[in-house]
Design a protein around this ligand. Sequence first.
Ligand SMILES: Nc1ncnc2c1ncn2[C@@H]1O[C@H](COP(=O)(O)OP(=O)(O)O)[C@@H](O)[C@H]1O
Ligand SMILES: [Mg+2]
Length: 259
Amino acid sequence: MEDTNLPTSGTIGARRALVRLTDVNKHFGELHVLNNINLTVSQGEVVVVIGPSGSGKSTLCRAINRLETIDSGTIEVDGRVLPEEGKALAQLRADVGMVFQSFNLFAHKTVLQNVTLGPIKVKKMRSAEAKELAMTLLRRVGVDSQANKMPAQLSGGQQQRVAIARALAMHPKVMLFDEPTSALDPEMITEVLDVMVGLATEGMTMIVVTHEMGFARKAADRVVFMSDGQVLEEAEPEQFFTAPSSDRARDFLSKILFH
Ligand SMILES: Nc1ncnc2c1ncn2[C@@H]1O[C@H](COP(=O)(O)OP(=O)(O)O)[C@@H](O)[C@H]1O
Ligand SMILES: [Mg+2]
């Protein structure tokens, strides 16, 4: 697809920057939860964010989606600085799909309704068209046979795949995943990761907080290591996992790789 309206400020070489954080800072009281973060994610790039619990990974995702405000710095999505509120913010949220750790489907709506809701309410899509889109996406993530069930009737892995379909229904420019498999039973992790690898292969721009090394090795262009609110390292997966440059990353990897 040819995009004829590329914002000039967002272009690095041939690939445009879809997400760009510049000197981003955020505090929770005394806690400097995002400490001067600079991070650029280009179109089609898959960036895996890893780091110890409490290092600010979720806050980073939430800031990119504007679920959290920041104290200073800028966050741009596709060349546009995040708006504070209003219509522009709703549009921007549609550009950024998010899948959380805990299954956050609407409990009182069917699987199908979960996926059609956004396109109908936000994109003003006709109901029939939204249903067709939803069924296509549910098929793509392998849960189309569950379309008329309620979320609670599905396994955790199936619910996460519905959450991915629901996010994709808004045609996001970038997808954020915040530990999407960490609440899943082991046998369900693969089915979700497979869908994510598929998305990555198709060229979706993705920021993925995960400790799944297999996924990082298979799908990530870059690993970003966070610790205490800072980006301590950025490297290609192979390099990061075999020869991390900081002590903190080495220490972290020694704790997670072998259990
Ligand atoms: N709403 C909040 N109010 C106060 N502190 C928070 C809030 N959200 C997160 N924190 C704190 O910020 C730090 C980073 O949290 P988080 O971004 O969730 O880290 P991670 O996802 O890497 O585990 C933690 O110490 C956490 O307790
Ligand atoms: Mg988190």
